[in-house]
Design a protein around this ligand. Structure first.
Ligand SMILES: Cc1cc2nc3c(=O)[nH]c(=O)nc-3n(C[C@H](O)[C@H](O)[C@H](O)COP(=O)(O)OP(=O)(O)OC[C@H]3O[C@@H](n4cnc5c(N)ncnc54)[C@H](O)[C@@H]3O)c2cc1C
Length: 417
């Protein structure tokens, strides 16, 4: 028998950026919300990411181009993409789906869905910034995508044409001097670039998530620290079996990042979620005078401002949730950053590894559970969870309240595989 105090209107599992944003949006829609997390606010990927609201990144990762580069990257065990040998067999079904997602028709459909979600999320973020009175927590300094030589630049142009079709503003730069006018101090090996002026960053993703959490609690929300082991349907309600007893809710949102599929499985839903592990090093104040967010796409990493410091991070390691981190990856990125920005001071850095929750087609799951009408899934945002959190939160609210969403949710269904 469940104690009355353990009965809830809505429980969200996960106090990462997705769960927190959904919690606040649901409260604003008049609902009573408890967020349950095993550790606390932004304890995982949402704390250490690069802080970018990357609305121009509409291209799914699974493209024919990815497969052209993959063998070269995979041959280098410390390159931008790696699969530890112990994980080859385990990742094979996900890779197969990733390969299928890169087929031209599927890629085009995913791109359209991603662009719709980005457009919604961009508008939703602006609403969120205003509501939270949080303009001081964002930086509107744009982004430079850097290319080495004419060949690499030309290969990127198709992607920029696609962005143009989706009304994304950008400027192509064709000389080191044009690049230096925006970001002095880059190695001259970068001959071309594209600048996206409307790109924005939060000043620090951990501070950003905690700011949302503070507002959520101020408005009566509860953040309850415990591990959820499984979900069970019982007389129209959902029971959560947790490390500290049973909870019941009328509706549940699963926003548990890279661990979400384990909870979905307890209801009988099989969802091909994997993790793309990423690494970074955060350097102290004074490490470099960075004017804008820098992206080195061919090397799979970025350099960005976090607080008064600099964060150098990226890489994709398909190694699952249990393998120990290999911080040599963070070192490799830092060494590359030092050769790209010769004046970068690399001392005093703090290393970090995080678990991106990733679906094979680069689209999140924003969907009702096929097995339980009162469970909503909101996970799998891969490289873009911070970017898409405010938009996802609005969509979760429409699913909970059974109102009409602003974009089609078909591409985000849990059943699409
Ligand atoms: C190196 C790196 C750089 C990145 N840069 C960017 C960027 O610049 N822009 C961007 O948009 N995205 C970026 N991302 C991706 C982004 O960080 C993620 O997509 C996002 O943080 C996912 O948020 P989430 O809330 O789904 O998951 P998480 O932040 O992982 O939160 C999930 C929460 O669920 C909790 N949880 C899990 N299982 C249970 C359970 N059984 N019971 C209770 N609690 C549970 C965990 O403790 C955790 O707090 C980056 C990621 C990495 C690794």
């Amino acid at each position: 028998m469940t104690d009355l105090k353990n009965q809830h209107d809505i429980i969200i599992i996960g106090a990462g950026i997705i769960g927190l944003s959904a919690g606040l949006a649901l409260q604003r829609a008049g609902r009573t919300v408890t967020i349950v997390d095993r550790t606390g606010v932004a304890a995982e990927a949402s704390a250490g990411n690069a802080g970018a609201f990357a609305f121009s990144d509409i291209e799914p990762l699974a493209t024919p181009g990815t497969f052209r580069n993959a063998p070269k990257w995979l041959l280098d065990p410390l390159g931008p993409l790696s699969i530890p040998p112990a994980y080859w067999l385990k990742i094979a079904p996900w890779m197969w789906r990733f390969l299928r997602a890169s087929r031209h028709d599927r890629y085009t459909a995913s791109l359209k869905a991603q662009a719709d979600l980005m457009q919604l999320s961009e508008a939703a973020l602006e609403r969120q910034i205003k509501f939270l009175n949080a303009e001081s927590l964002v930086r509107r300094e744009g982004q430079l995508q850097l290319y080495e030589g004419e060949k690499q630049f030309k290969a990127s142009l198709e992607g920029w044409e696609l962005r143009q079709q989706h009304n994304i503003e950008f400027k192509l730069l064709k000389s080191p001097q044009a690049i230096a006018d925006i970001q002095p101090g880059l190695s001259p090996r970068f001959t071309h670039a594209a600048f996206t002026p409307n790109w924005l960053n939060c000043s620090d993703p951990s501070i950003w998530a905690n700011h949302i959490a503070k507002e959520f609690v101020k408005r009566g929300g509860i953040i309850d620290i415990r591990q959820v082991e499984s979900l069970v349907q019982k007389s129209g309600k959902i029971c959560l079996m947790t490390s500290a007893g049973e909870l019941q809710a009328k509706q549940v949102v699963v926003a548990a990042g890279a661990w979400s599929h384990h909870l979905a499985q307890t209801l009988g839903d099989k969802i091909p979620l994997e993790t793309e592990r990423g690494y970074n090093t955060t350097l102290p104040a004074g490490a470099f005078d960075l004017k804008t967010h820098l992206t080195f796409g061919a090397h799979g990493f970025v350099i960005t401002k976090i607080g008064d410091g600099i964060r150098v991070g990226g890489a994709v390691e398909l190694g699952g949730l249990k393998l120990a981190p290999n911080y040599q990856r963070a070192e490799i990125l830092l060494n590359k950053a030092a050769s790209f920005l010769p004046a970068l001071k690399t001392q005093g850095g703090k290393q970090w590894m995080g678990f991106r929750p990733s679906m094979p087609d680069s689209l999140p799951v924003i969907s009702r559970s096929p097995k339980a009408h009162n469970v909503i899934y909101a996970f799998g945002h891969g490289h873009l969870g911070l970017t898409q959190a405010a938009g996802t939160a609005e969509l979760v609210t429409t699913l909970i309240n059974e109102t009409k969403p602003k974009i089609s949710l078909k591409p985000f269904l849990a059943t699409r595989f």
